[in-house]
Ligand binder design. Structure first.
Ligand code: PEP
Length: 253
């Protein structure tokens, strides 16, 4: 049985006071032991403080990105060891904003995945096509390419506890979510690609959907057989929305 996972990507939002209020609201109203794993991914500078706020709670902490290198002269970067050191269990790698705005290649994303995995972080690997790719019928080709580079470098075994997030770029922050059947098609495709290497790991890998998930559409998306939760951007900044989404994710498939 796959325990669903809902991760909140705060992106470059928040302040110390806003974060404290949001976490306080989440802790006050979330179930003591939510059915789904819940991960909060604040900006780097707030990780340590959010870790303190989450201490002794059922909620987990994640980074939004990680350096592919271990340590050294990489100004501005944050290593996997540093994320672990401040209490992260998870880290997002290959978010489309990193791929598109900061020109992260598939190879760079694969190195980041490997660096995170080597340090015992659970990578949340984002894959997804742009609108032009979908319109051209290239969704599977794009997603397969993004996935295979990671599987080639790290092996399917690295997905043992890992998470793949299918995030169609055209659905991120646009208010236009993929239809549940569209998400299911791609999730089943991703699971089949992993199964081609290792069927046991494919069956256990959590594949989450991201792209304009809201309180109002989460349940129908998460009801799909291969959708194991969500990566949530905008709606993760509102406690009531995020809690409704979290509740929609349980209990697992
Ligand atoms: C994201 O940031 O990964 C995301 C899916 O954003 P949103 O939920 O706002 O579309």
């Amino acid at each position: 049985m796959r325990r669903p996972i809902v991760a909140g990507n705060w992106k470059m939002h928040g302040s110390r006071s806003e974060n404290a209020r949001l976490v306080e609201d989440l802790l006050a109203h979330s179930a003591a032991a939510p059915a789904a794993t819940c991960v909060l991914c604040p900006p780097f500078v707030y990780l340590q403080e959010v870790a303190r706020l989450l201490r002794d709670s059922a909620l987990s902490l994640g980074g939004q990105d990680v350096c592919a290198d271990v340590q050294g002269a990489f100004t501005g970067e944050v290593s996997a060891a540093m994320l672990k050191d401040v209490g992260c269990e998870y880290v997002i790698v290959g978010h489309s904003e990193r791929r598109l705005l900061y020109r992260e290649s598939d190879q760079m994303v694969a190195r980041k995945f490997a660096a995170a995995h080597a340090r015992g972080l659970i990578p949340i690997l984002c894959v997804g096509e742009q609108l032009a790719d979908r319109d051209a019928g290239r969704t599977q080709e794009i997603v397969a390419r993004q996935l295979e580079v990671v599987l080639e470098l790290s092996g399917a075994g690295a997905l043992e506890h890992g998470v793949v997030a299918y995030e169609p770029v055209w659905a991120i922050g646009t208010g236009r979510n993929a239809a549940p059947e569209q998400a299911q098609d791609v999730h089943a495709f991703i699971r089949a690609r992993i199964a081609a290497r290792d069927a046991r790991i494919a069956a256990a890998t959590r594949i989450v959907y991201g792209g304009s998930v809201k309180a109002g559409n989460a349940a129908e998306l998460f009801a799909m057989p291969d959708v194991d939760g969500g990566l949530i951007g905008g709606a993760s900044l509102k406690a009531d929305e995020f809690l409704t989404i979290l509740a929609a994710a349980g209990p697992g498939k």
